[in-house]
Design a protein around this ligand. Structure first.
Ligand code: UDX
Length: 437
């Protein structure tokens, strides 16, 4: 019963690495996790978690005796055969993925044939093949992560699928990785390394495409007086389409979609293939973040000197992640138009203020709205649904609200005294759009 489980090594204890480490420990494996930042390792060893991810802190606390954090690669190599590489691969100036951290890790591995490099980081297709060419004795398995921030622990424990890519000669290593996931119940797809790498990029690019598609439909809905929520529902009932990822809004953000869509576009471009669709997906997303300005101008005229309150700054609720958040583009654009920007976010404010130095941070939604000429709901934090909107209307200089996530009930907002602007939808008693010529 107390049979020793396969030890797991985790390299890079960022968000993916930490969730991976905590979840494997929860499954009963001794986990040794290595990061190059001593302060991060010390904090984690003391049980301090710097990121906001529901359930993660509990998991780390509950499994503390199975988890070791270290800066020492030697310690990791001595204790674990399976090494999950979870370092980040941010975009470079060219839009390609920056593989310098992955390369640095590979340099530290001896390639002695005793270890298996399991690539969790998102890398361009072809990366596994080039690492294997450099280190022919190192077993290599691609096992991309599909975790969503805010539900990462749940996603890890209940995967839709686990993709395991290995090339000839590494089947045994792939078996060992598959065994780790066996108890979780999701379908385990065994394939080659290049296909596994492409599955990750293609999945994120497809999801981003769905979002840009519904955002363009929303923009057309505004012109013809249709409701994008109804349209998405009706489309989604076709099981070939499905309802997921058809929520119109002010664009996608986060650490994955913008980076991975661009990386896939660049990967294709580097091979000589122009990925036209992804070029448009990216452009639609950029324009969608900016459309809010026009919606505000419709009600306020020039934004010079107008005070605009942003409700929510994180790229989505249940995270304090500000990477590529739509709020960053929006705040800069509003300031570019001469507006004064005040913001409130229940969790991301501290991180956000490092990036948005000239934006005033308010301690509550109501205080952000005080005296504002308009508000933009940027992140659908549940507390915004609970806000006393009638009181808010009374405290604003002008009760104008752009609901950037179609999160609030338009009719309720109109009743509370607001001029309401959604994305691809109007309040029921809003004036009909001008008839086409
Ligand atoms: C994503 C992928 O879902 C995950 O599989 C991958 O491993 C990492 O990237 P994440 O970045 O956590 O996960 O965010 P996700 O929940 O997918 O949302 C991404 C962005 O799309 C958010 O800004 C969200 O607001 C936006 N979005 C999502 C929409 O605008 N509309 C939708 O219908 C869904």
């Amino acid at each position: 019963m107390s049979e020793q489980r396969e030890p797991v090594g985790v390299i890079g204890v960022g968000w993916v690495g930490l969730v991976t480490a905590a979840c494997f420990a929860e499954l009963g494996h001794p986990v040794i996790a290595r990061d190059i930042l001593p302060e991060k390792v010390e904090a984690l060893s003391r049980g301090e978690v710097a990121i906001h991810e529901p359930g993660l802190e509990d998991l780390l606390r509950r499994n503390a005796e199975r988890l070791t954090f270290t800066t020492d690669m030697g310690e990791l190599l001595a204790q674990a055969r399976l090494l999950f590489v979870c370092v980040d691969t941010p975009p470079t100036y060219s839009g390609d993925a920056d593989l310098s951290r992955v390369r640095a890790v590979v340099q530290e591995l001896s390639g002695d044939g005793d270890h298996v490099l399991v690539m969790k980081s998102t890398v361009p297709a072809g990366t596994g093949e080039s690492i294997r060419r450099e280190m022919p004795n190192l077993a290599y398995v691609s096992c991309p992560e599909f975790l969503k921030e805010g539900t990462a622990v749940k996603d890890f424990m209940n995967p839709d699928r686990v993709v395991i890519g290995a090339d000839p000669g590494d089947e045994g290593a792939a078996d060992a990785v598959a065994a780790l996931y066996q108890s979780l119940g999701g379908e385990i797809l065994r394939t080659d390394v290049a296909s596994a790498e492409m599955i990750k990029l293609a999945s994120n690019a497809f999801l981003a495409t769905k979002i840009s598609f519904i955002n363009e439909i929303a923009n057309v809905c505004e012109e013809v007086g249709a409701d994008v929520g109804q349209v998405a529902k009706g489309m989604g009932l076709d099981e070939r389409i499905g309802t997921a990822f058809l929520r119109a809004g002010i664009g996608y953000g986060g650490s994955c979609f913008p980076k991975d869509v661009s990386a896939l576009k660049m990967l294709a471009g580097n091979t000589g293939y122009h990925f036209q669709l992804l070029t448009s997906v990216i452009e639609v997303n950029e324009l969608q973040q900016r459309r809010v300005v026009g919606k505000l101008e419709k009600h306020l005229g020039s934004l010079i000197g107008k005070r605009v309150a942003l409700l929510g700054l994180a790229f989505k609720p249940d995270t304090d992640d500000m990477r590529e958040a739509s709020s960053l583009v929006l705040a800069a654009r509003l300031q570019g138009e001469g507006a004064e920007v005040v913001a409130y976010d229940p969790v991301a404010a501290e991180r956000a203020s490092e990036l948005l130095g000239s934006v005033e941070m308010a301690p509550s939604a109501m205080e952000a709205l005080e005296g504002a000429d308009a508000a933009v709901l940027v992140t659908e934090w549940p507390e915004f649904a609970e806000l006393d909107w009638a009181a808010a209307a009374g405290r604003m200089a002008r009760p104008v609200l752009v609901d950037g996530r179609n999160f609030l009930d338009p009719d309720k907002l109109v009743k509370a005294g607001f001029d309401y602007e959604g994305i691809g939808r109007q309040p029921r008693d809003a004036p009909a759009p001008a008839a086409a010529e």
